[in-house]
Write a protein that binds this ligand. Structure first.
Ligand code: NAP
Length: 253
């Protein structure tokens, strides 16, 4: 495949959670373009995930599908054990899958709180824990967690989402400290407002207000997030760990 920037990624196995669409899809496509053997994951949008696998294969890359709910610790463990049996190892984990369920705090139901924290934060814990032993044994790993500008600056109506994403930052730094001596880096990328299904469903007035607060005057594209993830997965980023890299057009600095 042409346009490779990080040839060292050739043959490395990369699991990208929530890669049936949006940012996860762009990350899967980018890592595959760099020569990685990509595992596309989703919970229920299997048709879309299969289309991502086909897209990668049609472009000459290698991909396979692995469906599990990241919030289900047992399913994650089984899914990842199966992958390791088939592919030999997991070198790169991108904890990307995430959801929102917005409401003002006084109106927020316990289920809305629990759903978002269970998928975004506990899901990141489940997947990281399931790959970590293998990474420690092979003395190599790259873990990249997708947090959010909202986890850094807060957002009215998103206390559950902000708490889950802020938690991911603290989680990233803690695990980075635990495994740094094993040649495993753990970093986070923090996107601002990126055009995906998650953001297209926001009301028009919220979107235009948001646009006014972005110094670059535009939303980001999933590929702009994928470029930073590919860098963090590469050997160029070998001495970066516990870091949070913002991709937000200046929205928060
Ligand atoms: P999206 O378009 O809504 O896609 C979400 C992906 O996650 C889908 O593939 C979805 O698949 C998967 N997913 C959701 N719950 C899952 C679960 N329990 N288990 C496995 N997969 C699951 O979202 P996006 O906008 O690309 O966002 C991707 C990540 O970036 C999220 O963590 C989000 O919080 C973060 N982020 C997004 C923005 C933005 O502006 N878009 C900004 C900052 C951070 P199924 O439909 O099959 O569940």
């Amino acid at each position: 495949m042409s346009c490779r920037k990080y040839p060292e990624l050739e043959g490395r196995v990369a699991l990208v959670t929530g890669s049936s669409r949006g940012i996860g899809r762009a990350i899967a496509v980018r890592l595959a373009r760099e020569g990685a053997r990509v595992v596309v994951n989703c919970r229920s949008s299997t048709g879309a995930a299969e289309a991502v696998v086909r897209e990668i294969e049609d472009a000459g890359g290698e991909a396979r599908l692995c469906v599990f709910d990241i919030a289900d610790a047992e399913a994650v463990k089984e899914g990842i054990e199966e992958l390791v049996k088939e592919l030999g190892a997991i070198h790169i984990l991108v904890n990307n899958a995430g959801v929102t369920s917005d409401n003002l705090l006084l109106r927020m139901k316990e289920e809305e709180w629990e759903k978002v924290v269970k998928i975004n934060l506990a899901g990141t814990f489940n997947c990281t824990k399931a790959v970590l032993r293998g990474m420690i044994k092979q003395r190599y790993g790259r873990i990249i967690n997708i947090t959010s500008v909202v986890g850094e600056m807060g957002n009215a109506g998103q206390a559950n989402y902000a708490a889950s994403k802020g938690g991911i930052i603290a989680f990233t730094k803690s695990v980075a400290r635990e495994v740094a001596s094993r040649n495993i880096t753990v970093n986070a990328v923090s996107p601002g407002f990126i055009t995906t299904d998650m953001t297209s469903s926001l009301p028009e007035d919220v979107k235009s207000k948001m646009l006014e607060s972005i110094p670059m005057g535009r939303y980001g594209e999933p590929e702009e997030v994928a470029a930073v993830v590919a860098f963090l997965a590469s050997d160029e980023a070998s001495y970066i760990t516990g870091e949070v890299i913002r991709i937000n057009g200046g929205l928060y600095m």
